[in-house]
Design a protein around this ligand. Structure first.
Ligand SMILES: Nc1ncnc2c1ncn2[C@@H]1O[C@H](COP(=O)(O)OP(=O)(O)OP(=O)(O)O)[C@@H](O)[C@H]1O
Ligand SMILES: [Mg+2]
Length: 545
């Protein structure tokens, strides 16, 4: 058994699984809400769907899972036809087959119309009438429901690949069916979020409101810690090192699983009962540095995919610039000795490939571990920095040790110092956080202060000054309550000069009336996720509560 096998080692994602189950109940109750699960590559979309399917128990609903990644049209047709018959037989506790002809024979008596439709689809396919095949296939759920009163949940994993099929109006046909078929719930996924959103807003525009978009994000720190504990099954590991792993992997369960698996092997090899920093460095070296380490191979493939059909190393040198913190086009252009227009075009290629994300005028490599690899492994390789054999390995180890030590130092800092460091990084960026745009001033001076909210009750705060005015940043780990804000408003009035902007940073949220109050006062609210987005964008470790 392997930790990377998500059938056996699935963890977390409770909220989304609950949502999927709720939408299936809705389908049965006559309220159908289709879903689109969008998330980066390898974040865990397929694992989530597989877990949903394996726990699914409802004899009146049949779930058809269709993987559209690198498949051709004929596979799609066969898989669609086979799964519907297979799951019907399964729901009736009848003997199962994998061959389509045998499946048709077994189903002919109980569901003659569906079977006949599938056989006619096979004939149309042989005649090359692909558009008709596609229309009939999408119509199957109606025929099947008419005969069995069983609804279908149709899952299209990586649905944007439908476009690669030899069909004329792939979305027009799909759109028409989705609108009319109330007994079929569509669940689609996509790793290419930009492309998927374009499809929903342009090609399936009529249906936009009909698809609920759910973002599948990497694990947050608490869930990553949970997965590490779950994987290590009792092997001891200190909290800082565990948090380091959670941060280093950017919360991708795939990387967490791979690193944990390597750590388990190494602790057994060295007969250790606890994981210490040197073992972590060794595991990272084995997986990320060694050319045949799985994570290293995986990133090699990502890079070689990016280079396909593109001249020279251009995209990769831009990735190096981004990994070195050149997040704006002008900065990257200067670093690469190129004109900004040249960089823009390459950046667009990286955005299309979903390797880079954009926030305001700021570009960032999405996957944190990939960024480390580009910075500490790939860059050295392409620039041939290490002429001495073994030098590269030694410097990599030093870099990782430095990362572990720095992480431990940063993680020990209290909230106000962490936010102070963050504010010093602001440089007139225009960022979007949680659906709102924020203009971030370049602060010259940031100082700590305590705001008195009543007898013995203080709030930590920071005063940050820039040429555009002063900000007051109020910090609280516990929830911010309405009565905190009444006293805060009084305290702000006493400050001279009066800050032009007040930001509430609350790691545990605000109560409802405090939220209303903050909105009335036009104070900004940043929660843990939003602060961590900023930490990510500025290449700082995540905040640990
Ligand atoms: N919830 C989870 N619990 C444990 N491991 C997980 C979980 N989700 C994903 N993984 C791990 O990550 C790997 C990749 O996940 P998965 O294939 O589901 O990602 P994906 O988003 O579908 O990627 P792709 O874009 O390649 O289709 C899984 O094989 C598994 O090892
Ligand atoms: Mg997948």
């Amino acid at each position: 058994m392997s930790l990377t096998d998500s059938d056996y080692n699935f963890y977390g994602r409770r909220e989304i699984l609950d949502l999927l189950n709720k939408r299936v109940r809705g389908l049965r109750d006559g309220y159908r809400q289709n879903l689109a699960l969008l998330g980066s590559r390898h974040v865990g979309k397929t694992a989530l769907l597989k877990r949903f399917i394996s726990n699914f128990e409802d004899k009146d609903v049949i779930v058809l899972y269709l993987d559209l990644e690198s498949r051709d049209f004929s596979y799609f047709v066969q898989q669609f036809s086979k799964t519907i018959l297979y799951h019907f037989l399964k729901s009736q506790n009848l003997p199962l087959h994998e061959d389509l002809k045998l499946l048709c024979e077994s189903c002919r008596l109980s569901i003659p119309a569906t079977t006949a439709e599938i056989e006619s689809i096979q004939n149309l396919l042989k005649e090359g009438k692909n558009n008709e095949v596609y229309a009939s296939l999408l119509n199957l759920s109606d025929v099947f429901y008419g005969e069995t009163k069983k609804s279908l949940v149709l899952i299209f994993d990586e649905f944007q690949n439908l476009e690669n099929f030899p069909l004329t109006d792939v979305y027009v046909e799909l759109g028409k069916r989705i609108m009319t078929q109330k007994n079929c719930l569509y669940i689609t996924t996509s790793s290419n979020q930009e492309q998927a959103r374009d499809i929903f807003s342009e090609k399936l525009s009529l249906l936009f409101g009909n698809f609920e978009i759910v973002e599948i994000l990497p694990f947050d720190l608490a869930t990553s810690q949970g997965l590490i504990d779950h994987n290590l099954e009792g092997i001891k590991i200190g909290l800082y090192l565990k948090n380091f792993l959670a941060d280093f992997t950017g919360g991708y369960p795939l990387y967490i699983n791979m690193l944990c698996q390597e750590l388990i092997c190494l602790t057994a090899l060295y007969r250790q009962e606890e994981i210490y920093a040197p073992i972590i460095t060794q595991a990272i070296e084995n997986l990320v540095f060694n050319p045949w380490g799985v994570i290293s191979r995986h990133f090699e493939l990502t890079v070689s995919d990016l280079r396909k059909g593109k001249p020279s190393l251009s995209l990769c040198s831009l990735l190096v610039a981004l990994s070195e913190g050149k997040h704006r086009i002008v900065d990257a252009a200067q670093y690469l000795n190129l004109k900004p227009t040249g960089v823009t075009q390459r950046i667009n290629n990286l955005l299309e490939a979903d390797v880079v994300e954009k926030n305001g005028n700021y570009y960032h490599i999405k996957d944190k571990l990939f960024r480390y690899w580009i910075k500490y492994v790939y860059q050295r390789r392409v620039k041939a920095i290490d002429l001495e054999p073994g030098r590269g390995r030694k410097s990599f180890k030093e870099e990782i040790n430095r990362c572990v030590n720095e992480f431990q130092m940063v993680a020990r800092k209290d909230l106000s110092l962490r936010i102070m460091d963050l504010l010093h990084k602001f440089d007139e960026e225009d960022f979007e956080l949680g659906g709102r745009r924020y203009k971030l001033n370049a602060f010259k001076d940031v100082s700590q202060l305590k705001l008195r909210l009543g007898a013995g009750n203080f709030l930590d705060a920071l005063l940050a000054s820039s040429s555009e005015g002063q900000w007051l940043i109020v910090l609280k780990k516990d929830p911010i309550l309405d009565h905190d804000l009444s006293s805060l408003a009084e305290e702000i009035k006493k400050l001279s000069p009066r800050p032009g902007r007040c930001v509430l940073i609350s790691l545990s949220g605000l109560d409802e009336s405090a939220k209303v109050r903050a909105l009335q006062e036009k104070w900004w609210i940043w929660n843990e996720a939003q602060v961590n987005t900023l930490m990510h964008l500025y290449d700082e470790p995540y905040l640990i509560k």
